[in-house]
Ligand binder design. Structure first.
Ligand SMILES: Cc1cc2nc3c(=O)[nH]c(=O)nc-3n(C[C@H](O)[C@H](O)[C@H](O)COP(=O)(O)O)c2cc1C
Ligand code: SF4
Length: 350
C-alpha cells in the first residue's frame, strides 16, 4: 500500500517521498531580488529535514511590474541564474529536489513594489503585452532549467496574474481571451506551450492552480475548474498542485487559521477529488493538511500523489523526519504569526 513515504517518479525525477514544501515567500531575500545567505541556510535546513521536493517562494518574471511585494526574489534577468544554481546545489547535496515557482503579480500588487508604475490589468491588456509576459515567463523558465533546478512551477493561483485570466469571476474580457473556458485558458496555455518549447519535452513543468476561481471569492463552478485542469493536462503539464483563495479573500490560504481538528484540514480536498477524476497528470494538494493519517489517506486513495505543506515546515523544517519517527501530526497551529516582513519565523521557535 502506497503512503507518504513511498517513492514517486515524474519524468527523470525520482522523489524519495510524497512531501512538497509548497512555495513560501519568506521576506528573507536581498533588497535587489537576489537570494540571500539566510535563504540558502533555510533551504539547506529544509533539505536536511527530509522533504522530497522544496518549491521556492514565488520569483517574479518581470521587474518591476511583476513584483508582488518587497524582498521578493527575481528571475527576470540572467544575472539571477547563479543564485538559483547555488540554491539547487545545496539542496541536492542534502538529498532533496528543488523547483522554482515563477510568477507575475498582475493586478495583485502595490505601488511600492512596482516603483509607482500602473499594475497590469488582465482585462484590458493588449496582445503585445500578452506577448511580453509570455516571453518573460518563457525566459524565466529557461533560467530555472539552466540553474540546475529540477522543475519549474508556473504560478496560477492566489489571485496573481494568470489566476485572474483563467476564471469567470475575474476575467471580464470580451475578446478571444474571454467569455468561454477555452478562451480564458488561452493566455495560460500560450505560456505553458512557450515554456515547454524553451525547456524541452523532458523537463518537468508544474502548475499551482486555484480551485476556487480567480479571486477565490464565491468559488467558481466546478465545471470551470475541470475545464481548465483538463486543458492544462492536455498541454502536458507534469504536476497540478491544487490550491485556492487569493489575497484579501476569505479563502486566502494564509488567513485560514487554527486548523486543529482533522475535520478542518484539507479544505480544497473535495475540489481536488473532482480534478483527479478528470486529469491523468500527477497531482498535489495544499491547504491545511496536518495529520499523517489524512496524508496517508489522500496518497493511499490516489486523490493526489503529493502532499504540499507550507506553514508546518516553518515550525518544523525537519517535519518529514519527525513524522517518519512516529509523530502523528504537525506541531504548527496555523496561527500565521510567522508572516513576518523581517523574515518568516515561527513564534514558537527560539
Ligand atoms: C508566509 C507564506 C508565504 C507564502 N508564499 C507563497 C508563494 O510565494 N507562492 C505560493 O504559491 N504560495 C505561497 N504561500 C501559500 C502556501 O504555499 C500554501 O498554499 C498555504 O500556506 C496553505 O498551506 P498550509 O496550510 O500548509 O500553510 C505562502 C504561505 C505563507 C504562510
Ligand atoms: S507561527 Fe508557527 S505555529 Fe503559527 S502558523 Fe507559523 S509556523 Fe505555524
Amino acid at each position: 500500500m502506497k503512503d507518504v513515504f513511498s517513492p514517486f517518479k515524474i519524468k527523470n525525477l525520482n522523489f524519495k517521498n510524497r512531501f512538497i514544501r509548497s512555495a513560501t515567500h519568506d521576506w528573507l531575500g536581498n533588497e535587489d531580488g537576489s537570494i540571500s545567505e539566510r535563504q540558502i541556510a533555510l533551504y539547506k535546513d529544509l533539505a536536511i529535514g527530509g522533504t522530497g521536493l522544496i518549491m521556492s517562494g514565488h520569483s517574479c518574471v518581470e521587474f518591476p511590474r511583476g513584483r508582488a511585494g518587497i524582498k521578493q526574489n527575481r528571475i527576470d534577468d540572467d544575472r539571477f541564474i547563479d543564485d538559483y544554481r547555488k540554491m539547487s546545489d545545496i539542496i541536492h547535496e542534502n538529498g532533496s529536489l528543488f523547483a522554482v515557482q515563477i510568477s507575475h503579480a498582475g493586478a495583485q500588487t502595490n505601488k511600492d513594489a512596482i516603483n509607482n508604475l500602473e499594475p497590469i490589468d488582465h482585462n484590458t491588456m493588449d496582445i503585445d503585452d500578452i506577448n511580453v509576459l509570455t516571453d518573460a515567463f518563457t525566459k524565466a523558465a529557461l533560467r530555472v532549467r539552466l540553474s540546475g533546478a529540477d522543475a519549474v512551477c508556473v504560478h496560477m493561483a492566489h489571485g496573481y496574474f494568470l489566476c485572474r485570466t483563467l476564471f469567470s469571476d475575474s476575467n471580464k474580457r470580451e475578446d478571444e481571451f474571454g467569455k468561454s473556458i477555452a478562451n480564458r485558458s488561452k493566455i495560460a496555455l500560450k505560456i505553458i506551450d512557450s515554456v515547454r518549447s524553451a525547456v524541452g519535452k523532458d523537463y518537468p513543468i508544474f502548475v499551482k492552480l486555484n480551485s476556487t476561481g480567480g479571486t477565490g471569492e464565491g468559488h467558481v463552478g466546478i465545471e470551470e475548474l475541470v475545464g481548465v485542469s483538463t486543458l492544462l493536462d492536455e498541454h502536458g503539464v507534469d504536476l497540478i498542485e491544487i490550491s485556492g483563495g487569493a489575497v484579501g479573500s476569505k479563502d486566502n490560504p494564509i488567513d485560514r487559521l487554527n486548523i486543529l481538528k482533522i475535520e478542518d484540514e484539507g479544505y480544497f480536498l473535495e475540489r481536488a477529488k473532482v480534478v483527479r477524476k478528470n486529469v491523468s497528470s500527477p497531482m498535489s494538494i495544499v491547504g491545511g493538511i496536518r495529520s499523517l493519517s489524512l496524508m496517508n489517506e489522500i496518497i493511499g486513495s490516489g486523490v493526489a500523489d503529493f502532499i504540499s505543506l507550507s506553514r508546518p515546515f516553518i515550525r518544523e523544517p525537519d517535519l518529514v523526519t519527525r513524522l517518519k519517527n512516529g509523530q502523528e501530526k504537525v506541531s504548527c497551529i496555523s496561527c500565521s504569526k510567522c508572516r513576518n516582513f523581517d523574515g518568516i519565523r515561527c513564534v514558537f521557535n527560539k
